[in-house]
Design a protein around this ligand. Structure first.
Ligand code: DWN
Ligand code: ZN
Length: 415
C-alpha cells in the first residue's frame, strides 16, 4: 500500500519544486459524480487542496482522484447545453479556418477533449480533415452520431504517435476547457509537439487564474481542474517541451478564460499581447504567495456571507432553488455546507443529472420544468458563468417577483 502522502503532489507537478499548499476546501466528492440515494453510502471523497508553485507560477491541486473516477461512460457534462457556448465555438472554429488553416492544402485539425463535437462540427461541415480525442465515451458517441471523427482515449505521447502514423502531422491542435484537466501535462505537451507540423500551432483556452483571483471565483477549483493557468505558468510549462507562447487572448467564457497560442520554438513571432499579459500578471501579484493567502481570506468571507444569507432565508421560510447543477457548484455546496434545508433542489436541463443527488451535499437535481412550474422566491445562480444567457431567458421569474442570489464576484441578491 502506498503511503497516503505518496499520492499527494506536495512538489510541483510541472517543475518539481516544493509548492505552497495555502488552504484546504476540505473533504470533496467527484464534482460531476451525481448519484442515487442508494449510492451515497459508497461515495468517494478526497481532500481539495490547492497549491501554488513560486518557482514556475503554476496553480495546482495537491491531490486529484484517478482520471477514470472523473471521465467515463457516464460523464455528466455535455458542452452543447449552452447556446452562447455554441456561438463561441463557432467563432473559435472560424478564426482557426481563416487564420492558421487558410491557404493550406488539405489541413488536419486535432481537438483534445472534443466532448460532443461542439467545435469540430464546423470543420466537419466544411469537409475538412479533423479528429477528436475524447475519453468520455458517452459524450464522444454524441459526436460520432453527428459524423465527427472521434476516438475515445486519453491523449499523451503514445497516442500522438499513433495519430501521426494514421493521419500525418496536424496543422492545428486545439483544446478548450481540457488542458487544465490533465495531470500529466508533460506527456500532453510532448505529444502535441510531436503531432504538430513544424509550422503548426497549438491553441487552447481554459479558465484564467487572473479572473479567478480577481473575482474570488473559487468554484473553479474542483477535482477535474488540476491546474488553473496563467500566461506565466503556461509559458514556463510548455517551454520545457519546445513550445513557445506566441499569443494570448482573454475570453468571456466560463467566467473569464484565456486563449493561449503556442508554436514550435522560434517558428513564429511573439505577439505584443504576451509581454503585456505577463506584466499585468506581475502587477496583479499572481507570482506571489501573499496573493493566494489573501484569496483564501476572500473565500472564507464569501462563504460566511453566502451562508448568512441562506440561513436568513431559511429562517424566513423562503423557497430557494439552485439554478444549474454545475461542477463548480460541488465546491460551493460542500465548502459552504449548503444542505437541502437551504436549497430545495437544483434545476438543470441535463437529463443524465436529473433525478439524482448532487455530489456530497445531496441536493436533489430536478428538470428545469419544475423550476418553471412553481417559481421559488430566490434562485441561487450556480451557473453564474452563463448569467447573461440565463437572465435573458428567465425574465418571467423576475417579473413574477423572483430574485437571483449570486456569489461571484460578491455575494448579493439581484433582480
Ligand atoms: O471545465 C469544464 C467546463 C467547461 O464544463 C468541465 N470540468 C465541466 C463543466 O463545468 P461546469 O459543470 O461548471 O459547466 P457549466 O457550463 O457552468 O455547467 C452549466 C450547467 O447548467 C449544465 O449542467 C447545464 C445547466 N444549465 C441549465 O440548467 N440551464 C445551463 C444553462 C445555460 C441553462 O440555461
Ligand atoms: Zn513549479
Amino acid at each position: 500500500m502506498p503511503d497516503k502522502h505518496e499520492s499527494r503532489h506536495l512538489n510541483c507537478r510541472v517543475c518539481g519544486s516544493r509548492t505552497n499548499a495555502f488552504m484546504s476546501f476540505g473533504r470533496m466528492p467527484i464534482a460531476n459524480g451525481f448519484l442515487t440515494a442508494a449510492e451515497t453510502a459508497k461515495e468517494y471523497f478526497f481532500e481539495l487542496v490547492p497549491a501554488f508553485c513560486e518557482t514556475c507560477g503554476m496553480f495546482q491541486l495537491v491531490e486529484q482522484p484517478q482520471p477514470d473516477k472523473m471521465f467515463h461512460a457516464n460523464y455528466a457534462f455535455y458542452s452543447s447545453t449552452s447556446r452562447y457556448m455554441q456561438i463561441h465555438f463557432e467563432k473559435f472554429a472560424r478564426s482557426v479556418m481563416e487564420g492558421i488553416l487558410s491557404g493550406r492544402p488539405d489541413p488536419l485539425v486535432v481537438e483534445l477533449g472534443s466532448n460532443d463535437g461542439i467545435m469540430l462540427q464546423h470543420f466537419h461541415a466544411r469537409e475538412m480533415r479533423h479528429l477528436g480525442v475524447e475519453p468520455s465515451v458517452n459524450v464522444a458517441d454524441v459526436a460520432r452520431g453527428r459524423g465527427i471523427n472521434t476516438i475515445s482515449a486519453f491523449f499523451g505521447e503514445n497516442l500522438a504517435g499513433e495519430i501521426e502514423a494514421a493521419h500525418g502531422r496536424a496543422d492545428a491542435v486545439l483544446a478548450a476547457n481540457v488542458m487544465c484537466h490533465i495531470p500529466d501535462l508533460a506527456s500532453v505537451a510532448s505529444g502535441v509537439r510531436r503531432l504538430l507540423k513544424a509550422d503548426g500551432v497549438f491553441m487552447f483556452e481554459d479558465p484564467y487564474l487572473g479572473d479567478m483571483i480577481a473575482k474570488t471565483s473559487y468554484d473553479q477549483i474542483y477535482d477535474e481542474h488540476v491546474f488553473i493557468f496563467s500566461a506565466t505558468s503556461v509559458m514556463n510549462a510548455f517551454a520545457r517541451h519546445g513550445l513557445e507562447l506566441i499569443d494570448v487572448a482573454p475570453q468571456q467564457t466560463h467566467g473569464g478564460s484565456m486563449r493561449y497560442t503556442l508554436a514550435p520554438k522560434e517558428s513564429r513571432a511573439i505577439a505584443p499581447a504576451v509581454g503585456e499579459c505577463l506584466a499585468r500578471e506581475r502587477q496583479q501579484g499572481l507570482d506571489r504567495l501573499e496573493t493566494y493567502v489573501r484569496f483564501k481570506q476572500n473565500c472564507e468571507n464569501s462563504r460566511a456571507e453566502l451562508m448568512q444569507l441562506l440561513n436568513r432565508f431559511r429562517s424566513e421560510g423562503k423557497r430557494v432553488v439552485g439554478y444549474g447543477a454545475t461542477s463548480k457548484s460541488t465546491t460551493v455546496t460542500n465548502y459552504c455546507g449548503i444542505t437541502p434545508a437551504h436549497v430545495e433542489f437544483i434545476s438543470d436541463t441535463t437529463p443524465i443529472k436529473q433525478g439524482k443527488l448532487s455530489p456530497g451535499a445531496h441536493l436533489p437535481v430536478r428538470p428545469y420544468e419544475e423550476f418553471v412550474r412553481a417559481y421559488p422566491d430566490y434562485a441561487l445562480l450556480f451557473a453564474w458563468n452563463h448569467g447573461d444567457e440565463i437572465r435573458e431567458k428567465e425574465q418571467c421569474f423576475v417579473s413574477g417577483g423572483g430574485r437571483w442570489i449570486v456569489y461571484v464576484p460578491d455575494v448579493k441578491v439581484v433582480s
